[in-house]
Design a protein. Sequence first.
Length: 586
Amino acid sequence: MHDAFERLGLAADASELDIKRAYARLLKACRPDEDPVAFQQLHDDYQSALSICRARQPDGRAVRMPSPPTTSPAGPDAPASSGPLAASAPLDFPTFMRELSVQGILDDPLRLRRWLDGRPEFWSLDTKQSTGRSLLLAMTEEPLPLSNANFDTLMAFFGLDELVRGIDPALVVLLRRRCQTSYAPVGLFLAQQVSRTPTDTLSPHYVARTFLSTWADMLRAGNASQLGAWLTLTTLLWDALDTTQASRDVLEIVRTQRPAMTSASYDVMAAFFDWPRDALATHDMTHAQAKSDRHLAWLMSDGQRNELARTVRPPKDRYVDVQLAQKACQLLKRPFSWTYTLWLCLSLHIPGHLHVFLSRLREACGIGPSEASVLDRYFDARAVRFWSDAGDTRRMSAARGLMYLARTQFVLLLEAIALLSLGPFFGVPLHAISRWAPVMLATLACGIAWYTFDALLFWQRRPPPAHPAGRVAHAALIPFLAGITAAAGLAWPAWYAPTEGAAIVVLLFAALRYVSGDAERRVGAIVLIAMPFLAEYLLRSRHFLNDVDLPLLKWTLEPFCLAAVAIVFWLQCPRPPSASPDAPAA
């Protein structure tokens, strides 16, 4: 029975007031967020000791502090009071909260305690207790920017850290954390200044010219955290009317003048001033479009070239290339021309880089499919659409097909130039150059096969279509190709080379389908691909087939094994969910 009193460090006949004070003292060293098990044990001991103590009361009820009377200003007809506490002045609570915020941001507990001790309003115990309860309620609704040290000083001054006041300790811990979270950006902002902002430089009222000038500079900087901290500091001494007027002026400028700003900066202002959710919506632009447009305008401004390059940098790149980002901007701003665009398609890096540039820009600015027209204000609309499709390796499109066609035609042109220029040099007459036509046709076939391979692979990665015939074709494509390859190898041994090439293509197709989206499968895929080649090498070596006449086995083993491994890959492929009949086509 007395174990709870012993763990609290109290005697068995301790009063309820002693129990609550001991609990508050031990709670400072045993917080629920640091050691929940010890806190639970301490809380159980506190409840047990409190129950025993209350059972000893004559009426069985706890001893509670009397409610303090409401403090009212003394009039000329008020009765005179005696004692040193009668001279306390009435407290203006809103003004007190603003001044407390100013003292709290300085992170000086000794200065805060001296300021509290020097206020004559708190010489009255009743006023001090009622103010403490009002302060706790106000901080629950909107936490003040206080460091942990200032919060503890404030709680100790008003006695809110003692459980005799009937305060839930878990609520105090939660408020402490929220106040520190609110203070963190303000403290960081003050630490980055040349000197900390003194309290006497804060304006007690809203001055439009000074406020809007500094606000514009903060928007151009683009640091949302510093903007929020500056707003908190600037409005500490303002009343509700000043804050409302500043909110109206800022919102009017944002709507009419459309200044460049980051999306995070707008979110900070909207949360601070409590703007409506569709504050930027106009007759020609939705709220999301206006927000994305302002962020894009900020990134495209001349002073944010480094930030633009940092934003569009691919995740795998370690360094920021400002020149590469500016070159991408120039290519996208250039008026669209098919000749120049197809010439750029011959590059192996430009299409992918432009696609990554646009994708990262859309992601940073929050540009969705419905806000795609925002990019047209800064880039050529046709260039944006073409390079968004041509560089996307996850889907097939007409732009990507044109890129493959341009590359194939370029290779054919190089072959024709080489034949015409080198043929006479080696003594080959012009009428004999036509013998090289199969080579050029093979090059064209390779380009078509490359595009077909990519298209089929993309089709296999997508969910199967809703139509029954399409679902069957989607599921049976790899087994069908593997079966044709194996049958051709068995039926026409003399066609070993094309059969083996077809088998390798089918195997690569199944392997890419198998490893798509899962990097852990790549090692197993490499081992499986190497197995048929190793088996064929061993069976064709002298030690195994030197004295055995098995020409059919020698020439059909490899295509058959490659097709078998392709089937193994197909069986292990994850089955994507079926597409809905209403799903949009690619």
